[in-house]
Design a protein around this ligand. Structure first.
Ligand code: PMP
Length: 338
């Protein structure tokens, strides 16, 4: 049994699970990397720890300092855990639209939550991004983590996620499938696996059908935290620096319905309660694996737990009201969040 001296030691080091049921009838083995078993419950713990360590190394973050970030989800939890353990104040800007549970969990970990109004265009001074930038300027000793453009985000996966997958598969992995939010996970893990295999690993992005990453029209979709949509008022379409396009060989474009129903099947058939972005990734991995043979090996990354989505994506009522369990209907006016 493992004994940890610090909770941050329990970030990463996640197991792989063979997807035996969903992969039934497919000759290529599919293994899922269970990031929901990380201490904060998601893959973003890795990026949070890496960004904080790098800011400490460069002196941007010093004892008594404050960590600031805009996020409605997993990165905030990771920063709250890592930050509070190291004695920092943690201030997280959250969009008012985000579920109350998300702010509550941040507060429970000891972070301060600043709510910003939603549905504002990015040039509005009260837009979340300006709110956190102002906080970072006004609070003495504040450091803005800025996961979208922080190289320590993808680096976390070059140093940890990639090597773990390589070792866990004994170098047999041939395909890596993951969603793209900031792009940190796919860029860092993919770059490592390509290098370790001498170019023998194909990296596949799993993207919501409407997302512009894989050429969608940028309209809204339900799956949270991945993909990229174009702001309806500003036509804002700025790609994060944490996303390295050259690492991704191909994309699978997955409609909401397929993502959501795959996440639902993961809990019911594999015993893995995962979030909707895991549904997108597994749906893409199944498509990829169906085209391969027994000598290939697919690894798919499951970014977070389904516990944060019990009143949305993992609720049958929610799915039914939106037509995902009976007649399919694509999207409504809900904005995606990352
Ligand atoms: N899924 C979930 C649930 C996430 O929180 C994130 C991070 N936004 C991602 C996928 C995408 O990860 P990355 O930012 O590393 O691309």
């Amino acid at each position: 049994m493992t004994v940890y001296e610090s909770v941050t030691d329990a970030i990463g080091g996640t197991p792989l699970f063979r997807l035996a049921r969903l992969g039934e009838g497919i000759t290529t083995p599919i293994y899922a990397k269970a990031e929901f078993l990380s201490i904060g419950g998601s893959v973003k713990d890795r990026a949070a720890l890496s960004m904080v360590r790098e800011a400490e190394r460069t002196g941007e973050l010093r004892p008594g300092g404050t960590i600031v970030e805009a996020t409605s989800g997993n990165t905030g939890i990771g920063l709250a855990i890592v930050g509070r353990q190291r004695g920092y104040r943690v201030v997280i800007g959250v969009s008012e639209r985000a579920a109350a549970e998300k702010s509550d969990i941040l507060r429970a970990y000891g972070a301060e939550v600043v709510l910003a109004p939603t549905a504002l265009s990015k040039d509005h001074p009260d837009h979340l991004f300006h709110v956190v930038r102002r906080l970072a300027e006004e609070i003495p000793g504040a450091w803005l983590a800025n996961q979208y453009d922080n190289p320590a985000n993808p680096d976390a996966h070059v140093v940890t996620t990639g090597p773990e997958i390589w070792e866990q598969t004994g170098g047999r992995v041939t395909h890596f499938v993951a969603g793209v939010g900031t792009g940190g996970t796919i860029s860092g893990t993919g770059a490592f696996l390509k290098k370790a295999s001498g170019g023998g690993v194909t990296v596949v992005g799993a993207d919501p059908e409407a997302s512009v990453y894989a050429g969608g029209d940028g309209s809204a979709y339900f799956v949270e935290s991945i993909g990229h949509f174009v702001h309806p008022e500003t036509s804002e379409d700025v790609w994060p620096e944490s996303y390295h396009r050259s690492v991704v060989d191909a994309f699978e474009r997955v409609p909401d319905r397929e993502s959501l129903l795959t996440a639902r099947r993961m809990a019911r058939e594999e015993g893995l309660l995962v979030g909707p972005s895991s549904g997108t990734a597994v749906a893409a991995a199944l498509r990829v694996a169906r085209r391969l043979g027994p000598d290939d090996l697919v690894v798919v990354l499951l970014p977070d737990s389904g516990r944060s989505y019990l009143s949305s994506a993992l609720s049958d009522d929610w799915l039914r009201q939106r037509g995902f369990l009976e007649e399919p209907r694509h999207g409504d006016d809900t904005e995606p969040t990352v």
